[in-house]
Design a protein around this ligand. Structure first.
Ligand SMILES: NC(=O)c1ccc[n+]([C@@H]2O[C@H](COP(=O)([O-])OP(=O)(O)OC[C@H]3O[C@@H](n4cnc5c(N)ncnc54)[C@H](OP(=O)(O)O)[C@@H]3O)[C@@H](O)[C@H]2O)c1
Length: 220
């Protein structure tokens, strides 16, 4: 049995993706900062018949992230799918003229260093497995910078560039890298934006291996 590691696993999209991949037989490694919340999510999944466990890490701390991925592999089995989808902090979203160099440290650690750390950690194991999928999930500012969300706009641009380069670099290893863009947020009543529907889209990206980038809805 192989594992999906969800980096940034909460009760919204994280839980829905865990259920969707769990239904297909994947074990689920839930990674975020709060052990109690992760344990609660894992208990919910276990009660539904999905093998799951929580591993704490702060994506801004590379050592904690690699330790969590190592512990997840040891406990649940090799990581075939990695999803990088932590929810960015509100403090990353300042007006462009109010954003200093210091304000960009968090977003860059969160959206560039974290993805590079995670991807470099899982790719060797995916090569051994002979297959793998790496999913990046972002809001619209990854493709259309917004002047009121400067930190995420700047850092998501770096994440998007890295992900696209990775897509081309590991395709011959049978590893698919995909990015999902979610404009207008998650939830809010539009069926396409509900976490279950977005999780279905992420399953399709994994199973159908289409283009690098997929949109939940067009970006205005
Ligand atoms: N929510 C939206 O409206 C929206 C809009 C557009 C795009 N997205 C994308 O959707 C994904 C999130 O989905 P969701 O909002 O439904 O969230 P979710 O899966 O319910 O939870 C995300 C989790 O990320 C974890 N997290 C935040 N900072 C972290 C850090 N520094 N290190 C490790 N984990 C961290 C939080 O847990 P801890 O606090 O325990 O660490 C949180 O529970 C992200 O990729 C986001 O860019 C969301």
């Amino acid at each position: 049995m192989t594992t999906i590691a969800i980096i940034g696993a909460g009760k919204g999209l994280g839980l829905s993706v865990a259920r969707r991949f769990g239904r297909e037989g994947f074990s689920v490694a839930l990674i975020a900062r709060n052990q109690q919340r992760l344990d609660d999510l894992a208990a919910t999944l276990e009660s539904e018949g999905v093998s799951a466990a929580g591993f704490t890490a702060n994506v801004r701390d590379a050592a904690s992230l690699t330790a969590a991925l190592e512990a997840a592999t040891a406990a649940l089995g090799p990581i075939e799918v990695l999803q990088y989808s932590p929810l960015p902090a509100k403090e990353f979203m300042r007006n462009v003229l109010e954003t200093s160099v210091a304000d960009l440290i968090g977003p860059v650690e969160f959206s560039i260093y974290g993805p590079v750390t995670a991807a470099r950690h899982v790719i060797p194991g995916m090569r051994v497995l002979g297959q793998g999928t790496i999913l990046f999930v972002n809001g619209a500012s990854a493709v259309r910078p917004g002047g009121k969300v400067t930190g995420t706009s700047v850092a998501f641009a770096g994440e998007s560039a890295y992900a696209q380069l990775l897509h081309d670099a590991v395709a011959d290893d049978n590893i698919h890298v995909g990015q999902l863009i979610i404009p207008l947020g998650i939830g809010g009543g539009d069926p396409d934006h509900e976490p279950e529907s977005i999780a279905e889209t992420l399953w399709s990206i994994h199973s159908e291996r289409g283009e690098f980038r997929t949109y939940v809805a067009p970006v205005d």
